[in-house]
Design a binder for this molecule. Sequence first.
Ligand code: ADP
Length: 480
Amino acid sequence: MTEIRNQLFINGTWTEARSSLRSALFNPATGEQIATVPVGGADDARAAVEAAYAAFPGWSATAAEERSVILRRIYDLIVANADRLAEIMTLEQGKPVKEAKGEVLWGADFFLWYSEEAKRINGEIIPSSRTTQRILVQRQPIGVVAAITPWNFPSSMITRKVAPALAAGCTVVVKPAPETPLSALALFELFEQAGLPAGVANVVVGDAQEIGREFLDNDKVRKISFTGSTPVGKFLLEQSAKQVKKVSLEMGGHAPFIVFPDADLEAAAEGLLYNKFQNNGQTCICANRIFVHESIEAAFTELFAKKLREVTVGNGMSDVNVGPLIHERALVKVDGHVQDALAKGAKLVEGGHRLADGEYASGSYYAPTLLVGVTPDMCVFREETFGPVAPFITFRTEDEVVAMANDTPFGLASYLYTRDLATTMRVADRLEYGMVGINESALGYVQAPFGGIKQSGMGREGGQRGVDDFLEIKYINLNF
Ligand code: ADP
């Protein structure tokens, strides 16, 4: 792996953390230590917030055109460095290098899209009640943004927040996940090369609790944008109340994937395979409960099982479909869900165990797993498994499947496969989810508003709505 600036990036300078502690980083495919990383704390976070705060007046006052050009330069640099970024990601996160490159390029697209959108942060003029008045509405950047990101998409979850924030005229401090700091640092090398003014984008890796505390207590932070687990998101939301910080949250999901009897079964099985095994099942929009109509259950199970048997597992640096799970804890949770389902009567069609022999000996590998006969009393039906497990649940009627699909506090992604337009419209209307894929199992597109309802989150990322989350509305009443 090529050298990375393995430091914090604050106010345009690579710096050591105040603490001399370093934490070890391991490759989930091999268990080998790949680097040690600085452990930033509250003081480092405070310095980064100060830098972002000092840079805000200048950056927010730059011409939109100027911000656009720099964002476009970042896009070009990420694309030019995609192979290197992908390799870094695979080493620390485990996903196959081809998939990692796909993520890097998708992440870059946010810079391309928002480099264009930066020029279209328009206001409005509203007709007033008096002839001597004009009501003007201006959209202004919110201020300093703290972005807290997860390990499952180490690059694109940063770019999906940073690109619209910078386009809006905000300045940012990023705290990446402790499992994947190198992908973040490698991105910041490119931000620096692109000529972002000092302090506009800063990164602090280290102690999540300390850094998070500083973000929450420092009144210079006006906005927190978080992607991660539901408990941490709820904590940040609750704590943000003290200073009424704006908050965007993208948290857990529990996606239903409904296969109606008239569906194109081949397309549904292919779509499910892609969706379920993207990032080895470790995405918040992965299908967690697969509802299959009783009349096609046998055929669909056979079709999907055949495809699942062809999924290759191994070190992401080689040509495989899926890599290891992120760490041992994740593997223990996945296996716990599978064993709980089996104990409660589910049937195992494929997998159901860790892979530990030969090349798998030192990594956290789990066999692609298919369970049928899953019922609402099982953990897999209630909690996000975050792993390569496909639990099939049988249904009979549309009302029954909609009720089961909505029977969760989460509301992020949902999917349905049918060729009938009336079924499509009825069910899409009734699903309590922020996103619905119809005969489509990929939802992350730069121009689309990605996000959830209920306990899956608030706010939207991507597209025009994604920039709204970093803007305040100012109404000006002009009398002349
Ligand atoms: P996961 O369990 O999948 O790792 P987390 O929600 O713990 O999900 O992690 C998502 C991001 O939130 C990471 O960057 C993590 O370090 C950060 N995080 C965890 N706890 C806190 C906290 N108390 N304050 C701020 N950030 C936190």
